[in-house]
Design a protein around this ligand. Structure first.
Ligand SMILES: [Zn+2]
Length: 268
């Protein structure tokens, strides 16, 4: 599923294609994927220009010339693709934003965990999100870990603690930092926190640079997959030998999320 690096690549590939364009119309499919339910997209979006697109956590935030904002969340299987106007759309295309230049921006999402979320001009629409890992000092990161009794894997998936991390990059970062996913977050020392934050930031940056990880459905706005899955050390490698010590990578389920780690390299 798309995480921070994939969403960052969608934003980067989308920006030159849609920023400055005006929305001629919006077409919706059979499923209502807008929040709030029943929201009238045409009234708020038609003839508005897209002034900016940016990433916040795993959200793709659009700012219109009216000052209103909305975001698209890709959920598990979402894609945003820019394609020529009126060409056949893929199954599960829920939204079509018709642009003023013979193209359209399409939101496709077979499993519908993603969607369109209207923010309007509300300033506290992002109140539920913690800071981005790139903006934290090791001390601030450590202080946040001390506030929870949960295991580190679960804590790092909590978007209010640190925003943007998901299953793949948490597993990879914990491996890189040598920390067991079941270690209690508040027992992580300042030194370990510093190493973990450094791993998180460097893995996210390399993944952004590689175009993200394409496991199932992920494509950027031009339809290109990412390549970072080739550099995964633990994620989706259960049973395969650890690249450091040779022991088989283990997979366990923690709070309904599959978790991959090396019992030789990662200590509780
Ligand atoms: Zn190992």
């Amino acid at each position: 599923m798309p995480e921070l690096p994939e969403v960052e690549n969608v934003v980067r590939s989308l920006t030159p294609l849609v920023v400055g364009r005006t929305l001629s119309s919006v077409r919706t499919g059979t499923h209502d994927v807008a929040e709030p339910r029943g929201f009238d997209l045409s009234t708020h979006l038609q003839y508005r220009q897209i002034n900016r697109i940016h990433r916040r956590a795993k959200r793709i935030v659009f700012t219109l010339d009216s000052g209103d904002r909305f975001y698209i969340h890709l959920g598990m299987t979402g894609q945003l693709l820019v394609e020529p106007y009126n060409t056949p759309a893929k199954p599960h295309t829920h939204l079509r934003f018709i642009l003023d230049d013979t193209r359209e921006l399409r939101f496709i999402d077979p499993r519908r965990f993603g969607g369109f979320f209207w923010m309007g001009q509300s300033l506290d629409a992002e109140r539920d999100l913690g800071p981005e890992p790139f903006d934290l000092s090791p001390e601030q990161f450590h202080a946040r870990l001390l506030t929870t009794r949960r295991v580190i894997k679960t804590a790092l998936l909590d978007q209010s603690l640190v925003a943007g991390l998901g299953n793949i990059y948490v597993d990879e970062s914990l491996f890189a930092a040598g920390i067991h996913p079941k270690k209690i977050a508040r027992r992580v020392t300042l030194q370990q926190s510093a190493r973990l934050l450094e791993s998180v930031v460097s893995i996210l940056n390399s993944a952004i640079h590689s175009g993200g990880s394409s496991l199932r459905d992920y494509l950027d706005a031009n339809g290109n997959p990412g390549l970072f899955q080739l550099q995964h050390r633990v994620y989706d490698r259960d049973g395969e030998p650890c690249t450091t010590c040779g022991l088989p990578i283990k997979r366990v389920v923690l709070h309904q999320r599959s978790t991959h780690f090396c019992s030789g390299c990662q200590k509780r």
